[in-house]
Design a protein around this ligand. Structure first.
Ligand code: FAD
Length: 240
């Protein structure tokens, strides 16, 4: 079967946080996604609103077959409709995966430093899953900025992956905790010094930034200006 736009059943709808939902979209019988890659995005719309289409990064990976997972934040029209309304048994129309925000697993030996803010962490779950399942030697360091500890998406899964795979590191920094909060991890915004502390071999490092245009631009500046790395060593996914 050719690569097609297909209506998919919502197999499950899981609240990750009060405003973030993961939708598992079941491939219909005979569906052939072709050669899609971890890190790509699908485009989704409601069958009754075909004109309103929005992109969502896969939070699953290319080894996950029979379904796609996307993780959506309640934000804007589509984000709000999906988080508030999409439920098990509903149908959504899916345009197959596309995009170039791909983990560099080949050649081996790379260090992927993945910088995310808020829901921008979703594609990195796919990166970490695939690298772990395929036992790649690629190192993946996720640097994740959230407002408070209540805003961390996939905390358990990232910690579990980091336990299974010593080449994965998951670091969170909280920007808006009260001084009384018992969190013992890092506080404050991402700084060049903090990011720099994870770079041990600049030539083998590839940076990734995913999220709002503003956040991605800030990381781009940090990597190319403050760290002095060439733009070719950075991949970005701007969500608008
Ligand atoms: C490649 C790609 C991948 C993406 N992956 C994901 C993903 O994995 N998860 C995810 O949650 N999102 C993702 N997005 C964003 C997603 O496509 C939607 O843009 C998002 O869900 C918001 O829905 P919307 O575009 O209908 O919002 P719109 O209603 O068009 O609003 C767009 C933005 O403007 C803001 N806005 C809207 N109305 C107002 C207003 N009156 N005042 C102030 N601000 C307002 C909204 O908060 C929103 O941020 C991705 C985008 C791209 C391009």
């Amino acid at each position: 079967m050719a690569k097609v736009i297909a209506e998919m059943l919502v197999e499950s709808a899981t609240m990750e946080l009060p405003d973030v939902k993961t939708l598992k979209l079941q491939w219909p019988e005979g569906y052939d996604p072709g050669d899609f890659k971890t890190g790509q995005f699908i485009t989704v719309y409601w069958p009754h609103k075909a004109k309103y289409k929005r992109a969502y990064s896969l939070s699953s990976c290319a080894l996950d077959r029979g379904f796609y997972e996307v993780t959506v934040k309640r934000d804007g029209k589509m984000g709000t409709s999906l988080v508030d309304w999409a439920d098990t048994g509903d149908k959504l129309v899916v345009i197959p995966p596309t995009g170039r925000f791909l983990p560099v697993f080949d050649p081996p030996g790379k260090h992927l430093i993945c910088v995310a803010g808020g829901s921008g962490v979703t594609p990195f779950r796919g990166f970490a899953r695939e690298a772990t399942r395929r036992n790649f030697d690629t190192r993946i360091t996720i640097l994740y900025t959230v407002r408070t500890t209540k805003d961390v998406i996939f905390e358990k899964e990232f910690c579990d992956l980091a336990q299974q795979n010593p080449r994965i590191q998951f670091h969170v920094t909280c920007t808006r905790l009260t001084p009384e909060d018992p969190w013992t991890g890092r506080r404050g915004r991402m700084t060049p010094e903090w990011v720099k502390s994870f770079v041990d071999n600049p030539a083998q490092t590839v940076f990734y930034a995913c999220g709002t245009n503003e956040m991605v631009a800030a990381v781009e500046h940090l990597v190319t200006h403050d760290l002095g790395l060439p733009k070719e060593q950075m991949k970005t996914e701007k969500w608008g």
